[in-house]
Every structure is written in structure tokens, then in C-alpha cells.
Design a protein around this ligand. Sequence first.
Ligand code: HEM
Length: 427
Amino acid sequence: DTAPNGCPVSPQAASFDPFESDYQLDPAEALRWSRDQEPVFYSPRLGYWVVSRYADVKAIFRDNRTFSPSIALEKITPTTQAAQDTLQRYGYAMNRTLVNEDEPAHMERRRALMKSFELEELAHHEPMVRRLTREYLDRLVDKGEADLVDEMLWEIPLTVALHFLGVPEEDMDTLREYSIAHTVNTWGRPSPDEQVAVAEAVGKFWQYAGQVLEKMRQDPAGHGWMKYAIRRQQELPEVVTDSYLHSMMMAGIVAAHETTAHATANMLRLLLENRAVWEDLCANPSLIPNAVEECLRLSGSVAAWRRIATTDTQVGDVAIPQGAKLLIVSASANHDGRHFENPDELDIYRDNTTDHLTFGYGSHQCMGKNLARLEMRIFLEEFTRRLPHMTLVPDQTFTFVPNTSFRGPEHLWVRWDPARNPERRDN
Ligand code: HEM
């Protein structure tokens, strides 16, 4: 095998497969060899250049003209004709959102739609997140055992996401199914048979997004980012187009909830595996915001993102041809010892934790990062207060939906002795 620049492909590069379990279980560990020996390599299985070191990943995020984000939502596995036909039957026309839009259109749109993400706007959501978290905890505190993903970590971020967007909260299970289909459709490697089933769900998701949008157009007053976007369209029709609104409606539901659900599950798992840190947080909740950030660094929910080279260029000392596609693995960058001291250690006191690249970097950096942080902080505040004695169910096997980018366990089993619940002790 040779790479498109003529260099031979090393055996490790040739066997790299992000849809297999090593990368799924621990993407940073699966790329340790690359960070050490070959930080930019061509993966023939993927057809992408893979970039694993902190400085290189950050430099690519920073320069969104040389490294365009236009392929961020492209299907990483080419679709079969049958799947394409299915999507077409649903009139599927996912196009530009913010995350895959080039300049100058991107910045104009990002500025036009930023207001809902500002801290004072987000403050509206805090009481709701707190109330939901308490309600869900009330339901399970006496049970002694729970799968936190199925019983709350999925539904709360989805409810918050719909609230944030202004979408009526209905059909949560269907939306969960649609969102996973969108992940597999975008970043997975479904078999030809699976592709048709996935396309069915994605097509229905697209139609659902269109219907919600139509309903909102009839009454675009009130809170919610999508309602705000509809009102902005009336002022700036060239900037906020119809195609944009429909695509963003669908992508927004995914961006706003699946990422946060996974991030919270990864965080709770990591903290319970590091009992001393968990106990520090229970004793001193003011440490929680640092812990959230350190968990996003060490076990974030977006493992990798994509860019395409718009010109012949260079990453590190590797020549990259125009048109080359790059998988920039933020999960690996976040474990790079060249930037983070003792990179594999969960250290909630490190001073550069917020340098992590889980939210991306530069002009496309995640707009929802403060909403995600707010949710993760409230989850931790409530869990450490009400279930400080919970532990992971031992010997459980964690499974992940195979894909390059969205990463979180499908289930997270914890247990505790309800007789030891603090609220019971206090009575
Ligand atoms: C973009 C991660 C939560 C909305 C992004 C990007 C990443 C990311 C990696 C691309 C950044 C880049 O290209 O530089 C995450 C993670 C989350 C999270 C890890 C949770 C822990 C959210 C939430 C929302 C949201 C809750 C909405 C409420 C967006 C939007 C963009 C974006 C609108 C596009 C920004 C642009 O291109 O200008 N996110 N996200 N995200 N995210 Fe998030």
C-alpha cells in the first residue's frame, strides 16, 4: 500500500480500523502508537489521513480555510443505491448547517444565531435541568440498581435539547432511535442491509424535522433557538435560508442531546472508576466544574471530527494533497503528553484542562458548550448529594455504537444500598 503522497503505508496504519473494538473501547489508547511514532498517517481502510497529536489537531481546527469543515456531516461509509433510493423517497435533503459551512457564510450565520447561546439566555434553562434531574432521581433512588443511560442520562439531555430548540416534547423514544440512526448514517460503517434500515429512520427523521418546522412557522413567538432562527429569517432571508432551517432542525436535535448524554455517561463512569476523586467531589461540590472539564478532556463524547484540505498543504512534516480528507482525533490529542502532563491521569486540579479539544476549536467551536457544561454540572451536583455511595456494577461490559465520532456507553449500570441514602439517614 502507498498513500496518495507516494509514501509507503506502515503496517499499523494499514490495519487501523476505527469501527473495531480497540478504537471503540478507547480511541486514545488505540492511537498511542501513532502519537509516538507516526502522528499523521494515511488509513487505506478509511480513505482518510488520521491526525493524532494535540498541536496538529489544533492547528487544523484553527485554519478552517485550508482545512474546510464542509465534509463534517458527510457519510463516512459510501451509501448503497438501495439506501440512496430510500432516502430519496423521503425527500431527504440534508445540506449546510453551521458545522459544515465555509466562510464567509458561516460566520455571518453564526453571529445571526448566537444570542440563544449566551450565558444569560442559558440561565433560563438551569431551573428546568435541576427539576428534571431531581424528578428522575426521585424515581430511582429507592431501587438500589439502575442503568443510568436508559433511565435518565438519555432522556434528560433530549428533553433539555427540545426545550432549548423550542420543539414540543413528544415521542422521545422515536427521537432516540432516529438520532442513533443519524449517527450510524454519518459516522458508522453499516452493512448494506443495515443501510436501508438506517436510511428509513433517517428519512423519517428528516420528515419529522420538516413537520416541526412548519408547525413552528405558524407561531414563531416565544423561547427556543429554532423559533428565534425563524424570526431571524424574516429579517435576514439570505443568511437564514429555508434549507438551512430544515437541516439545522434535524442536526440540532442530534447536536444538542446525543453529545451531552454520552458525555455525562462517560463522566460518571470515569469518576466512579476513580473513587478517590468521586469522594472528593462528594465532600467538596465546588470542585465539580473542574471535574466536568477534566472528564471532557479524558473521556469526551466527540472522539474525532473531519476536515478536507482545500489546497496542497502540510500537517506536521507530512505533505497533504488538495482534496485529502482528514480525521482529526481529538480524543487522542487530549491524551497527548506533549501538551498535558501525565495525560492519562484524571487530575481535577490541572491548570490547562480547558485546553481540551472535545468541543473543537476556532471559529466553529461548539456553540452549545456552556449548555452541555451546565447540564453535566447539575447532574454531578445531584448525584454526589443523593447517591454518594453508588458504585459501578462490577464486571459489566461496556458497548458502543460503532462509529468514528460520537462515543458513549450504551448502558451504565450502577448500584447502591438504599438504606444508606443520605436523605433517609437525615430523617
Ligand atoms: C459544533 C462537540 C453539545 C450545538 C460542535 C463541534 C464539536 C462539538 C466537536 C464542531 C467544532 C469544530 O468544528 O470546531 C460537542 C460536545 C457536546 C456538544 C462534545 C457535549 C458535551 C452541544 C449542545 C449544542 C451544540 C448541547 C446545542 C444546544 C453545536 C452547534 C455547533 C456545534 C450549533 C456548530 C458550531 C459552528 O459550526 O459554528 N460541537 N457539542 N453542541 N455544536 Fe456542539
